[in-house]
Write a protein that binds this ligand. Structure first.
Ligand SMILES: *Cc1c(COP(=O)(O)O)cnc(C)c1O
Length: 392
């Protein structure tokens, strides 16, 4: 089936259990799918935009109320929608990082946080991970001291991922924020893998910015995301334009500089809004998601030579697994080589594993039912048995 010409329909979600780690939390709700169609046209949310002409103040559809709900959802004072978590990072670095300023990230930080630092002319410095691939408050405190000595001033900003994208490990956000605040360093909480799938309380964690990804974790179309902050930082972060045309004397009212005025103006924001009731509800079921994920990690661990590289017990549904001494051993002699694994999974209706990957790979069970996780678990053990690997 085709949309048109050479654009095929995408049917992965209909045909398979998709365990691609980045796609699990972004799958649209039926409500969002309807909103995407209804608001697919370009500037479709602008029909009823009235003075002062800003996205977050549109009343119909209720985009203004959505912004208040979003701030409350992550327990912060003010929120804006952004075209992806990365644009949220960029708004923060654009405001608080100057040329040559050191900025702390971590040994597990996402590339987009490095790029956001680079875009502002900042100098990245990493907080190391410990032997268990965790970022601790202690390591943060030590690196703050080191970087302060190196630059003669403390870092301008510190990024911390609640759960990182490589292992899905939980990091000591509260302790790290405390260490940073002791040196007056602002803290950006990267919730790309949390906001929208588990409860997030930015106030309780003591952070200055909460950034989330709509298309990664809020059942929303791409590019979408949220940037929330405190009353104290909102004035600077969401500063309004002071620009003036020298010939025309034009000024641009309350448009916010870091947002370039308005951000999500159609299908993206309406998809986010339409999914939001379901998203608010689903964060209350995080423990069930973890229990479902455990069915799969237990099955993988039962396959001889297979290791779970993420921390255990798992506190996230994204898990990194090492099958170099199991499925990759099979791949050495299999006529399909590494593709035997992807193809065996495909035959069982499972997709989302990088084709040919049999060494170290990741999966995410978020949003799968218990039955689907059971199927996934038996698929792994069956494929192992069929290929002569010990299971038990
Ligand atoms: C996916 C991801 C991002 C980028 O999110 P976008 O919404 O696509 O910009 C940033 N940080 C982490 C940890 C991620 O996993």
């Amino acid at each position: 089936m085709r949309c048109t010409g050479d654009i095929e329909v995408r049917e992965l979600e209909e045909l398979a259990i998709n365990i691609d780690p980045i796609q699990a939390g972004g799958r649209l709700t039926p409500e969002a799918m309807k909103a995407v169609i209804a608001y697919g046209d370009g500037y479709s949310v602008c029909d009823n935009c009235r003075k002062p002409f800003r996205l977050d103040q549109i009343k119909k559809p209720p985009i203004d109320a959505f912004h208040r709900d979003l701030a409350r959802f992550v327990h912060m004072d003010e929120a804006r929608v952004m075209p992806g978590a990365r644009r949220g990072f960029q708004a923060v670095t654009g405001t608080f990082v100057g040329k040559g300023d050191p900025v702390l990230l971590t040994a597990l930080s996402h590339y987009t946080s490095f790029l956001a630092v680079e875009a502002a002319g900042g100098i990245p410095r990493e907080i190391p991970k410990d032997g268990k691939n965790r970022i601790t408050g202690e390591a943060a405190a030590a690196r703050i001291e080191e970087v302060t000595r190196e630059f003669g001033r403390p870092p301008a900003l510190l990024f911390v991922d609640h759960f990182d994208y490589q292992f899905g490990n939980e990091h000591e956000v509260r302790e790290i924020a405390k260490a940073a605040h002791a040196h007056d360093i602002r803290v950006l909480y990267n919730g790309a893998y949390t906001v929208g799938i588990l409860p997030v309380d930015g106030t309780e964690l003591g952070v200055d910015f909460v950034v989330g990804s709509g298309h990664k974790s809020m059942a929303s179309p791409a590019p979408s995301g949220v940037l929330a902050t405190t009353k104290e930082c909102a004035g600077e972060l969401f500063r309004t334009t002071q620009a003036k045309g020298d010939l025309t004397q034009r000024q641009f009212g309350v448009k916010e500089v870091e947002l370039l005025g308005c951000t999500l103006m159609g299908a993206t924001i309406m998809g986010m809004m339409a999914s939001f009731p379901a998203v608010k509800e689903r964060v209350n079921h995080w423990q069930e998601e973890l229990a479902n994920g455990k069915i799969v990690t237990d099955a993988l661990r039962s396959i001889g030579g297979t290791g779970i590289l993420s921390e255990e017990p798992r506190r996230h549904t994204l898990t990194r697994v090492d099958t170099r001494d199991s499925f990759d051993r099979v791949a050495q002699t299999h006529k399909k080589r590494g593709y035997f694994f992807t193809s065996a999974l495909g035959e069982r209706g499972i997709g989302g594993v990088i084709p040919g990957a049999t060494k170290v790979w990741k999966f995410n069970t978020y949003g799968l039912t218990r039955r689907q996780c059971g199927h996934l678990a038996s698929a792994f053990t069956e494929i192992a048995r069929e290929n002569g690997l010990p299971v038990g």
